[in-house]
Design a protein around this ligand. Structure first.
Ligand code: ZN
Length: 365
């Protein structure tokens, strides 16, 4: 197990170093500024590099074997009642533990997806494989949550449930597509999650966090493509329980940016999304390329054009399982993720299947 962990850490670092490279060729064009201040003054002059050179790779703050995972306290055991699978075609293999004691100091998995389409590749998962991921996680007793729920300590997660957070970066059309007949494409990621939710409404809430881009030179990655449907899609997502969040305006390399450029990306991406989503607060951020700004405090708050912004959390591009949000090791601005590669999923899901005592289990609201 020790060697496996070292291998995993190594793999995570390699993944980090190659993360997103070539994925989005960002050419930020002028975004209409919300005020009279000319955008040209703050439009990034340094384009994100095609081959980003990350600084020090973030080390996972907690590994599941670390001593920070305490033994669950023998408090009253809430009843965990997995909903019987109503679909006769589903394979009822591994049965979730009938009861799970709360373990609110356990580790949490945040999964990182990019495109969901054929064929399986470094940055894309096939629709069938994504469906299989969901079925596997459901079978293992996981329950979807959003990043903002994680940063708040899973306030709504029923007792006995194990949270799993799906995240999707880059707002590719394959994540959320409408067909010509007006229906959601059930081979797009949102369609697959929606379909599964309809079949398992009791224990599969409609949740996941989508980190969107607003101005890149790949039209299919600007707010899920389908230009006429952008607002409609964003509103549908938040009305149905998903979290819409920022991946900056242009997949900007925050490490290369000045404080002003960083604040422009974070403030304007939030402001423009919230303008499209009246009453909704954009609360979290996915760091493009995993490249953190020199002034990391600008992630939590900053100002642009005299208007302040705040973010409650930020996700990295790698790192493995993360610490509990109730742990002293938890840094909401460095939330580690597991990339949705078959090998990574097999490793981490297998690990927690063998060592369930290390995984987070809700004690209830
Ligand atoms: Zn990205």
């Amino acid at each position: 197990m020790h060697k496996s962990l070292i291998l995993c850490i190594t793999l995570s670092i390699v993944i980090l170093l190659t993360a997103c490279s070539g994925n989005v060729s960002s050419q930020p064009t002028a975004i209409p500024a919300p005020s009279a201040t000319p955008v040209a003054q703050v439009t990034p002059t340094t384009l994100p590099s095609q081959t980003p050179t990350p600084t020090t790779p973030p080390t996972p703050t907690t590994l599941p074997t670390s001593t920070s995972t305490p033994t669950p306290t023998p408090s009253p055991t809430p009843t965990f009642t997995p909903t019987p699978t109503p679909q006769p075609t589903e394979t009822p293999t591994a049965t979730p533990s009938p009861t799970l004691p709360p373990n609110t100091m356990g580790s949490v998995l945040v999964l990182e997806y990019h495109m969901v389409k054929e064929p399986e590749d470094r940055w894309q998962r096939t629709p069938d494989n994504f469906r299989a991921d969901i079925e596997r996680l459901h079978r293992l007793g996981y329950s979807p949550a959003n990043i903002i729920d994680l940063t708040l300590g899973f306030p709504d997660l029923p007792a006995g449930r194990k949270p799993i957070v799906f995240t999707f970066d880059d707002s590719d059309i394959s994540q959320f597509r409408y067909l010509e007949d007006g229906s959601i494409d059930l081979d797009s990621a949102v369609g697959i999650l929606y379909d599964f939710h309809l079949k398992h409404p009791e224990d599969w809430p409609l949740k996941s966090t989508l980190y969107v881009l607003q101005d890149v030179n790949v039209p299919e990655r600007v707010l899920f493509g389908q230009k006429d449907l952008q607002d409609f899609k964003l509103q549908w997502l938040v009305e149905n329980g998903f979290e819409v969040a920022s991946h900056t305006i242009s997949h900007f390399n925050l490490t290369a940016g000045s404080d002003e450029e960083v604040q422009w990306q974070l403030a304007v991406s939030q402001r423009q999304l919230e303008a499209r989503l009246p009453g909704y607060d954009v609360r979290s951020l996915s760091i493009p390329f995993g490249n953190y700004p020199a002034n990391e405090s600008l992630l939590a708050q900053g100002v642009w054009d005299d208007q302040p912004y705040t973010y409650a959390g930020a996700v990295m591009v790698a790192g493995g399982a993360g610490p509990s949000p109730h742990s002293a090791d938890f840094n909401p601005y460095r939330i580690p993720r597991v990339q949705a590669l078959q090998s990574e999923l097999d490793y981490w899901l297998g690990y927690f299947e063998e060592n369930p005592q290390f995984y987070y289990v809700s004690a209830g609201p």
